[in-house]
Design a protein around this ligand. Structure first.
Ligand code: PMV
Length: 313
């Protein structure tokens, strides 16, 4: 049996904009997806035991099968290879946490171990990027990069198809965050396509918003590198406003953002594809984290208490 893991992530700055070449900042979180793979000689058999939002597994089932076929093809293997795959781990199947990328990285590593293939992280990342196309249509590559390498990453997609810019950033120490799940499963592919469509339809409006998003990511990098967490939070709030403007937020996401800010989170925004999925609040220190988390739970939403800037699985 082969085993593998992949990090979950939150995007601190730049989701959606990153698909179009704007830089983004992503952080792995200390929750991961684990996979185990055995060659059986029968048919593809996937057992998905991740804790997930209601309907997540069903909604993603076909995309998951396509992602595995894409992955096998990219590895130079038969896309219909009969594998028994188990998926689990501490990362819940909530939309927005890079659960698809984390599972692709975990499965790719487990397949490689089962078949005694030696894969570098770079190869794992490329295989997971190929798999991500099944879930996101035109992915930026930010999710699989975070899922593969962990840590805090500056990412800029190369729109010409060459290697993207990936730089490791550092924070003084991992910082507590609260992730609130709306409980709504989101279709990343449809969300990404919707932004592209509106960007074409309203070029002037969107180019202004995209410029602001770019400036914001640069400011976010500066604030993170100087450990100015208050500033990071303010910029996250600003980022949420831009995401509202490109119509990827939702009533529940805005509600979770409001609750977190009222309880003194340094900042809060939707994270990932939006349209459902998750909100991330920056809550340095256990006490603030607990205060925000408990309030969201009391409103009936599930939360994940975790940290950004985590490097080891
Ligand atoms: O919702 P998630 O976790 O799949 O994140 C999607 C992030 C996007 O920026 C919307 C898409 C991408 O590929 O970068």
């Amino acid at each position: 049996m082969g085993k593998g893991s992949g990090f979950g992530k939150v995007i601190l700055f730049g989701e959606h904009f990153v698909v179009h070449g704007v830089p983004g900042i992503v952080s792995a979180i200390d929750s991961a997806t684990d996979a185990e793979v055995t060659q059986t000689g029968k048919k593809l058999d996937i057992k998905d035991e991740r804790k997930a939002a209601k309907g997540y597994a069903e909604e993603k089932r076909l995309q998951q099968i396509e992602s595995i076929e894409r992955m096998l093809k990219k590895m130079g293997l038969d896309p219909k290879l009969p594998l028994k795959i188990w998926v689990g781990g501490t990362l819940p199947g909530f939309s927005g946490l890079g659960a698809s990328a984390a599972s692709s990285v975990a499965i790719a590593r487990a397949i490689a171990e089962e078949l005694s293939l030696k894969l570098t992280n770079e190869q794992v990342n490329q295989i997971a990027y190929e798999a991500e196309k099944a879930y996101a249509g035109n992915p930026s590559g930010i999710d699989n990069t975070a899922a593969t390498y962990g840590g805090l990453i500056w990412f800029k997609k190369n729109l010409a198809g060459g290697p993207s810019i990936v730089e490791r950033l550092s924070v003084r120490k991992p910082v507590e965050i609260v992730i609130g799940s709306t409980g709504n499963v989101a279709n990343t592919k449809a969300m990404v396509a919707g932004v592209a469509e509106r960007k074409n339809k309203y070029p002037e409006k969107y180019s202004q918003i995209f410029k602001q998003a770019e400036n914001l990511t640069y400011s976010g990098r500066k604030a993170l590198e100087s450990n100015d967490l208050k500033k990071v939070g303010e910029l996250m709030n600003e980022n949420h406003r831009l995401l509202q403007e490109i119509e990827v937020s939702s009533r529940e996401l805005d509600l979770l953002v409001d609750i977190a800010r009222k309880k003194c989170a340094f900042g809060a925004k939707l994270t990932g594809g939006g349209g459902g999925g998750c909100m991330v609040a920056l809550t340095p220190g256990k006490e603030l984290q607990e205060k925000v988390a408990v309030t969201i739970e009391k409103e009936g939403y599930e939360v994940l208490r975790t940290k950004i800037g985590v490097e080891k699985l």
